[in-house]
Design a protein around this ligand. Structure first.
Ligand code: TRP
Length: 474
């Protein structure tokens, strides 16, 4: 059997995990849902969702991974051998498989758009109809969409084939810094344009009337997807960590990077949109219809358009590799397959499964499953059902079955401050003062986290889930 690998450095792990989190969710989806839900007000509730649900659940996943050094199924099984809890892990592995199949299709569109940008097609758009027409023709073309999806799966397979250090960590460490550099360049460009201030105002203005219960649910669902939670990506990535790492600090870094990229993406997009005199409420078409038009109105549009689509492409690749890694880790740990075999076999099967999703915008548009296109069906099943169910089960398992006591014992390796220092003394910088650390403390980061994981996170996710699937009407 192959020896289980470890990350070669702390920063390598953080970049890989942040790479998983930062993806289409941040750059494509976050800006448009923020745009539709009132800009600044939505950002505020999104931050709340990240704090009360995202951060605690991510810490849970990473703890489970490092403790058991296993894939999601193996992790539950290691703690409660033979119990039905392992199905919580199995839902995760299945969700990883399903999400990757259609996520790769959308990632493929960004590849196609890099091509369109370089060849100057994008900078020739005259109006929104032309931009829309070009997008529709592209996604309806079986040849193009399947080819691009194939290329994404081939790149993903290649990276994961090379393992943790030489594959995932290496590529995340190259691509993530580039994502930041490109974002910053685009933000400077956007802000330097005349009339861009309106975009900044839009993004950070508070329209409290738009703070509807629906916006809360959207924020919660998005926080989950954006942080790659609920299916065990973080369990799997955490399983390659060694005992010395400070899990709380790492989690904080990953969550902050993900949130920063979402906000920066908004700052890269809206100022430029306003500067060329367009409206920001384009919905899902924001980056594929509206932005190409924005680029066509800019000087050197070819350059900006190419940079922008390379940015999303890089962000998407660091996410697709995390999804394939979850599926692979399961077969490697549990069924003792070799990494190379699993990755090639499942890379190919997921490519095949993605084909109907790719075709569901064109040739197979009329094929419906319970009234949804194949793409929407797989998306709804995995993102609206499997992810929240996975998230609820993970927090209940750690909070009530394995127990927060055992989890905190695991965090103590590498993170003494989290578990044993009074929260107020810690925040005040007085943890080393003799009169502040002389006794056992009840109010610590760990106790706060325990309450979130036992009560607040599962209840909040449950409510969002029931609204999402229409059981609770708001
Ligand atoms: N978080 C990624 C994004 O924002 C997508 C993603 C990667 C994901 N792995 C995941 C979502 C696992 C849910 C679960 O685009």
């Amino acid at each position: 059997m192959e020896k289980r690998e470890n990350w070669s450095s702390k920063i390598g792990f953080i970049l890989a995990a942040a790479g998983s989190a930062v993806g289409l969710g941040n750059i494509w989806k976050f800006p448009y849902i923020a745009g539709e839900n009132g800009g600044g007000a939505f950002i505020l509730i999104y931050l709340v969702a990240i704090l009360i649900v995202g951060l605690p659940v991510m810490l849970c996943e990473i703890i489970l991974g490092r403790k058991t050094q296993k894939n999601p199924v193996g992790a539950f099984n290691a703690i409660r051998p033979g119990s039905p809890w392992m199905f919580a892990g199995a839902i995760g592995v299945l969700a990883g498989f399903l999400i990757l199949s259609y996520y790769s299709v959308v990632a493929g569109w960004t590849l196609g758009y890099i091509f369109k940008a370089i060849t100057g097609q994008i900078s020739s758009f005259q109006n929104i109809e032309m931009a829309k027409q070009s997008f529709d023709t592209f996604i309806q073309s079986a040849k193009w969409s399947v080819l691009c999806h194939f290329i994404i799966m081939a790149i993903t397979t290649y990276i994961v084939y090379n393992g943790i250090k030489k594959g995932i960590e290496r590529w995340s460490s190259i691509l993530m810094p580039l994502v930041f550099v490109i974002l910053i360049i685009l933000i400077f460009k956007g802000l330097s344009m005349k009339g861009s201030k309106a975009g900044v105002n839009f993004l950070f203005s508070f329209d409290f009337k738009k703070l509807t219960p629906g916006a809360f649910v959207t924020a919660m669902g998005h926080a989950f997807f954006s942080l790659s939670l609920g299916l065990g990506v973080m369990i799997t990535y955490g399983s390659y960590l060694s005992k010395g790492e400070n899990l709380f600090k790492s989690t904080l870094a990953i969550v902050s990077l993900d949130t920063a990229v979402a906000l920066l993406a908004g700052l890269a997009i809206f100022p430029a949109v306003f500067a060329v005199g367009l409206e920001p409420d384009a919905g899902p078409g924001l980056i594929f219809h509206l932005l190409p038009l924005v680029f066509s109105k800019m000087a050197f549009g070819i350059v900006w358009a190419t940079l922008f689509f390379i940015l999303i492409f890089f962000a998407a690749i660091t996410s697709t590799i995390s999804l394939l890694e979850v599926v692979s880790a399961y077969f490697i740990d549990e069924l003792k397959w070799s990494r190379k075999t699993v990755v090639i076999v499942f890379g190919f099967i997921i490519f095949l499964l993605g084909i109907p999703s790719a075709l569901s915008f064109g040739k197979w548009e009329s094929v419906k499953l319970i009234g949804l296109s194949f793409f929407d069906f797989v998306d709804t099943l995995s993102a609206n059902y499997f992810l929240p169910i996975g998230g609820i089960l993970i927090s209940l398992f750690v909070g009530w079955i394995w127990g927060t006591k055992n989890a905190v014992d695991e965090i103590r390796h590498g993170s003494h401050n989290f578990a044993d220092v009074h929260l107020i003394s810690l925040l005040a910088g007085l943890k080393d003062d003799p009169s502040h650390n002389s006794e056992v403390h009840v109010v610590t980061l760990a106790s706060l986290w325990g309450i979130f994981i036992r009560f607040i996170a599962p209840i909040a996710i449950m409510i969002a889930f029931l609204v999402l699937i229409g059981v609770i009407k708001i």
